[in-house]
Design a protein around this ligand. Structure first.
Ligand code: ARG
Ligand code: ZN
Length: 481
């Protein structure tokens, strides 16, 4: 075993008066276990995620009290060590009661803004299977980092829905899209409260003692940590099955009142829009579909939580809105199945989901993609700050800047004009097929577009994604042509 080899190596290297053996194929190297890195070296969020292990599965088993926002639970993490480790980190903020690694009590400490440092009773060796059991409790709405909580407490429950930080407030994790895993998520709440999460319900809610109900959800596709979610509160749940047998589970907060019909008229079109997008982006990557219309006092954005986006109430104020549904569902391919390898690549998510809206506009007869391009381009004067943000490298504070969305979609339209429709509509499904359940970078996407089109696209990508100032449309199109 690795331990025996380490011991032998140490003895050989450390025995005084004994010549180092010669003629061996492999040098004897010290394999002293090291602390796992506190981050994965993301260029925007260097301390997100952790080094030294790779997670396969999270079993998140919780108990929630809407009246007090008290969250208690146990998360069991199945992981594989990728190095010999003396300690390793989890990203987490709630109070940890105990951690066990492969059954043995581990000691813990905290570091940085959101690091839980775990020191196992026995050192971990590379390739070892780890079962990490973390017991914890806390009040997530009162657990602040720089005055901020990513958890939303509402009148009747809570939303664990946010990007890029969301997991810290409800389960310990390796919090970076580079480490995807499957999930079992179950939550006990007072009977009468609903809990919605990712994937499918492998069994109906289970009655528990004390007039409580446990909701059980399961995700079998690799999922990034920020795409796992919970919506807890008063919801009407509407379930269906597509003709091809896929579960569709939608949920509507009962707080929506007059906004409810517009929410339903939008989210109930999920299966239709997934079907249409599948024809453009390639086969739908996941095991279930759906949407959650969040409560009136919830979030002010929408998020592409995997298999089941969550929508804030603001999207329904002017009536039905199938554009936001199209956007969040496009993320199932661009963001969820193919995730950013580094948060600097956020254009691969937001530019593509925004361009899906332009294609939907064309499909609906509400303006061609070219017309939406012209309108969007003209809506930002040349001296607007908008043109100073680089969609390909917006900076950590501007990952959701309008430029990433609107100039990001403009970039894809320019790419389409440059390579032609045949190549463009081959590039999109090839990207989702080649990187399915994985990660990507802008450079890899450019390389794929060049491979399929046979064109050098460096000028186009540099101009539209990486150069401040409003590009001149006619010359940009000419250069690439
Ligand atoms: N990915 C989301 C979307 O485009 C944006 C999330 C913004 N996050 C936030 N905390 N405001 O639909
Ligand atoms: Zn988006």
């Amino acid at each position: 075993t690795a331990l025996t080899l380490t011991t032998a190596g140490t003895m050989l290297a450390g025995t005084p008066g004994q010549a180092a053996p010669t003629g061996w194929g492999r040098p004897v190297v010290s394999a002293a276990p090291q602390p796992g890195a506190p981050g994965l070296g993301d260029s925007y969020f260097p301390d997100y995620g952790n080094g030294g292990y790779d997670v396969e599965h999270y079993d998140v088993r919780l108990r929630y009290e809407p009246a007090t926002d008290l969250l208690t639970g146990t998360t069991t993490i199945l992981a594989t060590a990728t190095g010999d480790l003396s300690t390793f980190n989890l990203d987490f903020l709630l109070d940890v009661e105990s951690v066990r690694v492969n059954g043995w009590a581990a000691s813990t400490s905290t570091a940085g803004a959101h690091e839980l440092v775990v020191t196992p009773a026995r050192t971990v060796t590379r390739g070892q299977q780890l079962t990490i059991v973390v017991r914890y409790s806390g009040v997530p709405s009162e657990t602040l980092v720089n005055g901020y909580t990513g958890w939303t407490r509402t009148d009747d429950g809570a939303l664990a829905v946010n990007e890029p930080e969301s997991a810290w407030w409800w389960f310990p994790s390796n919090d970076h899209p580079l480490d995807k895993a499957t999930y079992d998520i179950s939550v006990s709440v007072p009977t009468g409260v609903e809990v919605i999460s990712n994937g499918v319900q492998p069994r109906p809610p289970l009655a528990e003692a004390g007039n409580r109900t446990r909701w059980i959800w399961r995700t079998t596709s690799p999922t990034a940590t920020y795409l796992a979610f919970m919506a807890i509160g008063q919801y009407d749940i509407v379930t269906d099955t597509t003709p091809s047998g896929q579960p569709v589970i939608n949920a509507y907060s009962t707080s929506l009142g007059a906004l409810g019909p517009a929410a339903r008229a939008s989210i109930e079109r999920t299966a239709e829009i997934v079907d249409w997008e599948s024809g453009i982006f390639g086969p739908y990557p996941f095991e279930a579909q759906g949407g959650v219309a969040g409560p009136v006092d919830g979030i002010s954005f929408a998020l592409e939580t995997q298999t089941r986006p969550v929508y804030g109430p603001g999207f329904w104020r002017r009536g039905a809105n199938t554009y936001v549904v199209t956007h969040e569902l496009a993320h199932q391919w661009f963001g969820d199945s193919v995730s950013v390898a580094d948060w600097r690549n956020i254009w691969l998510n937001e530019g593509f989901a925004s361009y899906a809206e332009w294609l939907w506009s064309e499909e609906q007869g509400e303006g061609t993609a070219q017309e939406v391009f012209d309108f969007t381009y003209a809506s930002y004067p040349a001296d607007d700050e908008f043109w100073q943000v680089l969609p390909g490298d917006p900076g950590a504070a501007r990952v959701f800047d309008n430029a990433v969305y609107d100039r990001g979609a403009m970039t894809l339209h320019q790419l389409r004009l440059a390579v032609g429709d045949d190549a463009f509509f081959e590039i999109l499904p090839t990207w989702t097929a080649e990187r399915r359940y994985g990660n990507g970078t802008i450079e890899q996407f450019q390389a794929l577009a060049e491979r399929i089109s046979g064109l050098d696209l460096d000028d186009l990508f540099t101009t539209w994604l990486f150069t401040a100032g409003r590009p001149d449309v006619a010359s940009a199109a000419r250069k690439a042509a």
